[in-house]
Design a protein around this ligand. Structure first.
Ligand SMILES: Nc1nc2c(ncn2[C@@H]2O[C@H](COP(=O)(O)OP(=O)(O)OP(=O)(O)O)[C@@H](O)[C@H]2O)c(=O)[nH]1
Length: 377
């Protein structure tokens, strides 16, 4: 999820203005949009702002967008869900054979041994408690068990508490970092946040160009949706420079230009490449020199096809960056969607977003129940 609040009320043309704070220094939540849950800032007892009702047409558009997303999530996860759902279509009895088949299907989906065992124990108890007699009922109970297991991963990404909020994005090569930054920028900008991108992958010219292309795409998207034509997505880059120096400059520029968010795109690296992991540690350290409270979020982008290896990635990057959250990409077409259960069981970190495609709109906030149902439908 993503929550954004501003120090100053700054309504965009598409949104009704939020009430003005009686105390100038207190943050005032921006008016809610489809992607934003307005929260009270943690730092001060801000006035409670009642939700502003969306016009009917906007609500319909929001609902249609959400329904479209759910459909894409379901079809994206179909390789995983088909093999699990198959277990419930064959027999008519709830017996050991059913549990064994289920165990095999969950393991095939990369749910991992610990999470699979916990899920099956939980499921047996639920079956007993509800006196379920039909496999279809067991399927619904399994969806509940998965949703409960994934619930701790559901958390809001808070933006606006710091100015700028600095978000470092890391991951192995090709996990989808730059694409995620492009899509995340759309979320943030649609919520009224101004975004600056830092191209901290300074080795590859293509990486910088790719990020610049996402910045342009976002600027056009904002203008096309008449969200805030003045909100240009900017980028800081310098070919061949020290990635830490570019990140430092970006944080300083973000502050000087009054940006709400600085997203730092780092180069892909494997946990086994010690010098590159050390470089990541250095970027973090130097960002902290630019702003002693930063980075405010360190996100790891995981390719949803990675399966059990994702756990090793989470542990390795966490050691270096003290991760605050995850984004799981490429859930379209993966047969390994169970990996989120393994993460929930063994290294629970907030999953702020999930990605199901390469387009701007193919990233959404993670909802445990929604995901659990998509995994079984
Ligand atoms: N199908 C699908 N493809 C994705 C998704 N996210 C990213 N990709 C694709 O994955 C490929 C790699 O994405 P990048 O964003 O370049 O990955 P990266 O982690 O920045 O790559 P490096 O900087 O080289 O480490 C591209 O072809 C993207 O279009 C997703 O959610 N679904």
């Amino acid at each position: 999820m993503f929550s954004f609040f501003r120090k100053k009320s700054a309504p965009t043309p598409a949104q009704p203005a939020a009430p003005v704070s009686p105390e100038a220094d207190l943050p005032v939540p921006a008016a809610p949009t489809a992607a934003i849950a307005v929260v009270e800032p943690m730092a001060a007892p801000a006035p409670v702002v009642p939700p502003v009702a969306e016009p009917a047409a906007e609500t319909e558009a929001t609902e249609a967008a959400r329904a479209g997303w759910l459909q894409r999530l379901k079809s994206g996860l179909s390789k995983t869900s088909n093999s699990i759902a198959d277990v419930f279509t064959g027999g008519t009895k709830i017996d050991e054979a059913l549990y064994e088949e289920l165990e095999a299907a969950l393991l095939m989906a990369d749910t991992g041994v610990a999470a699979t065992t916990a899920l099956l124990d939980d499921l047996r108890q639920r079956v007993k408690d509800t006196r379920a007699t039909e496999p279809a009922q067991v399927k619904a109970l399994l969806a509940d068990a998965i949703a409960d297991m994934l619930a701790p991963l559901e958390k809001s990404l808070i933006v606006g508490e710091y100015h700028p909020t600095v978000i470092m994005v890391a991951g192995v090569n090709g996990a989808g970092k730059t694409t995620t930054i492009g899509k995340l920028t759309r979320h943030l900008a649609a919520g009224g946040a101004t975004v600056l991108l830092a191209a901290a992958d300074t080795f590859r010219a293509a990486a910088r160009e790719q990020l610049a292309a996402w910045a342009d795409r976002n600027t056009h998207d904002l203008s096309a949706r008449e969200l805030d034509p003045g909100n240009r997505v900017e980028i800081i880059s310098q070919q061949g420079a020290d990635p830490a120096a570019v990140s430092f400059d970006a944080v300083a520029a973000g502050r000087a230009r009054g940006k709400d968010v600085v997203l730092v795109d780092t180069a892909g690296r494997l946990p086994t490449q010690a010098h590159l992991m050390e470089e990541l540690r250095k970027i973090r350290r130097v960002v902290q020199k630019a702003d002693v409270t930063a980075p405010h979020e360190c996100l790891l982008v995981i390719d949803g096809n990675t399966g059990q290896n994702a756990l090793a990635q989470v542990k390795a990057f966490d050691e270096v960056l003290q991760l605050t959250g995850l984004v799981v990409t490429k859930l379209d077409g993966t047969a390994k969607g169970g990996v989120l259960c393994a993460i929930a069981r063994e290294k629970p970190l907030p999953v702020y977003f999930i990605g199901v495609g390469e387009k701007l709109e193919d990233l959404e906030t993670f909802h445990a129940r929604e995901f659990a149902h998509a995994l079984l439908d």
